[in-house]
Design a protein around this ligand. Structure first.
Ligand SMILES: [Fe+2]
Length: 154
């Protein structure tokens, strides 16, 4: 496909998008883990909220991976590669419901901060399509962070 992107552009964007893909994968997994293992007085509402979030993230995993391939790159697709390029931390054990919500809020906020740099990088490399996808995703993560953070207020 000739869409006016040079090899060096695709390479730089591919690294940025694959990094985001790895973090998305970790976040989907953590959100599902907490959806499954949560216990406590807010169980039902948190369980429902986390389901909505991992469903949106799961769709994004597919879109980001396909975008990487669409522009001429190679999408990472093994758990080993995701673990090697993720920036989010994975926790051991089963935290309290309050801790789970806090960790997910932190992770969504960390992703938003990282996405700002990745969006600039896509624009510098003349890839408005990838920038647009990340701009949409920044809003998904901001909304998730807001909902999670608001649930922590006493
Ligand atoms: Fe479920």
């Amino acid at each position: 496909m000739d869409i006016g992107l040079k090899e060096e552009n695709v390479k730089a964007i591919g690294v940025a998008l694959n990094g985001y893909l790895a973090d998305l994968y970790v976040l989907v997994t953590k959100t599902k883990n907490y959806h499954w293992n949560m216990k406590g007085k807010h169980f039902y509402s948190y369980h429902k909220m986390l389901q909505g979030q991992y469903e949106a993230l799961d769709e994004a995993v597919d879109e980001v991976a396909e975008r990487i391939v669409m522009i001429g790159g190679v999408a990472k697709g093994t758990l080993k590669e995701f673990i090697e390029s993720k920036t989010l931390k994975e926790e051991q054990g089963v935290p309290s419901e309050h801790e789970m919500i806090k960790k997910l809020a932190d992770d969504n906020e960390q992703i938003v901060t990282g996405l700002r740099k990745k969006i600039s990088l896509c624009q510098e490399n003349h890839d408005e399509g990838s920038a647009d996808l990340l701009i949409k995703m920044i809003q998904v993560h901001e909304k998730a962070a807001w909902m999670l953070r608001s649930s922590l207020e006493k």
